[in-house]
Ligand binder design. Structure first.
Ligand code: SF4
Length: 376
């Protein structure tokens, strides 16, 4: 039962009651030092112990049996942890995985993938997402701590995945003033990625100083991506698939389903069991107004218990106000549904604002590009 508070009704309106995605931080360490990275502790090795994973598994076991929860191993770089350590964490979910209630995924820079990891990924049926920004010249931000390019190491890791027949998707961080959509998407397709996600470069975490994409270059990028996609219907581009789903539902008169779709509370469980909600980028951030964004710790409470009082957290309540404002004022809300909490905070310093550069370049310009390319 949600705690009674002015924001309780707004929480129930906008946020799903249970997570379908839980993000786990097996280690804070990353072996790379990408210039746009938002992770504050990526140089330190602090590892999640098995007790935390067991507590999360127990929380998921409390959910209704027909919920399927994706447990996404993020990081740091998740494969920077020891293989045996990861086995210990994954074992905690085995009963749920075999019952079809948990699927594992991991988001990796691919540089540490070897045959040994591939065998483990296959054994635990883990969905793999690769972080790579396109061909070599678009990856010059992805360097190690000695400043060396990581591209060749990533390609070697991907080659191992292919040798083991492991399917993978790719997420590219894109600066649309430098990267043409066709170049990124051609590269992903030739690599063998089953789906591609495009993240326009964002201001978040400790990555606060870099120039942001402009609306002009973003619209050109999306127009290019739409044209490419029409010629390559077999490759799924996550952002285009989202808008296509929206349009399909509207055309079928199923607007209610889209509108009833609520935000995942998106619990991110850090190495020490702390839980941060709404945006993984808030983990490890401290702020004079909001404190540390921690909603609870899985050692002391289940995720369900943490979510039951989440509406009382200042940043959550503010985000709900922001969604209400977006809903009342923005012509893109129908499709957008309010974008991400973290972008509001890192760009505007608050959660109850509306527009961000992120939503302009990732949502609004996508819609405008589609309108421009659609014949009357
Ligand atoms: S486009 Fe921006 S302002 Fe409009 S609904 Fe989305 S987040 Fe809110």
């Amino acid at each position: 039962m949600r705690s009674q508070h002015p924001s309780a009704a707004a929480y129930d309106r906008w946020i799903a009651p249970r997570p379908s995605l839980v993000i786990m931080q097996p280690t804070t360490l990353c072996n790379l030092d990408c210039s746009y990275c938002y992770l504050p502790e990526r140089m330190r090795r602090r590892e999640m112990n098995v007790e935390m994973a067991a507590a999360v598994a127990s929380s998921i076991a409390d959910q209704p049996v027909d919920d399927v929860v994706e447990v996404c191993w993020h990081g740091g770089e998740p494969l920077a942890t020891d293989r045996d350590h990861m086995i210990g964490l994954w074992k905690q979910f085995e009963a749920l995985r075999h019952a079809g209630r948990v699927v594992h995924s991991l988001q990796t820079n691919a540089t540490l993938i070897n045959d040994s990891w591939c065998k483990l990924i296959t054994a635990y049926d883990v969905k793999v997402g690769i972080s790579l920004d396109g061909p070599m010249h678009l990856n010059r931000e992805r360097v190690d701590r000695a400043g060396r390019q990581s591209f060749d190491r990533a390609m070697a890791g991907i080659e191992r995945l292919r040798a083991h027949g492991i399917d993978f998707s790719m997420i590219a961080v894109v600066d649309p003033s430098r990267a043409a959509a066709a170049e990124v998407l051609d590269f992903a397709t030739e690599l063998g990625a089953s789906a591609v996600g495009i993240n326009m470069e964002e201001r978040e975490g400790i990555n606060l100083d870099r120039p942001l994409p402009t609306t002009t270059t973003a619209r050109e990028f999306w127009a290019d991506a739409i044209a490419w996609s029409l010629e390559h219907p077999d490759t799924e581009v996550r952002e285009l698939e989202r808008i296509a789903s929206y349009l399909r539902l509207i055309r079928m008169g199923d607007r209610d389903w889209w509108e009833s779709h609520r935000f995942d509370p998106l619990p991110t469980v850090t190495f020490n069991g702390d839980v941060v909600l709404l945006s993984p980028e808030l983990a490890g951030i401290k702020d004079g107004n909001y404190g540390d964004f921690i909603a609870g710790n899985v050692r002391h409470q289940s995720i369900g218990e943490i979510l039951a009082s989440a509406n009382r957290l200042r940043y959550v309540a503010e985000f709900l106000d922001g969604l209400n404002r977006c809903s009342a004022t923005c012509g893109f809300f129908d499709f957008c549904r309010g974008a991400q909490a973290g972008n509001r905070y890192f760009e505007n310093g608050r959660f109850d604002t509306t527009e961000t550069n992120y939503c302009r370049v990732s949502r609004q310009e996508l819609v405008k590009a589609l309108v421009e390319t659609t014949p009357n």
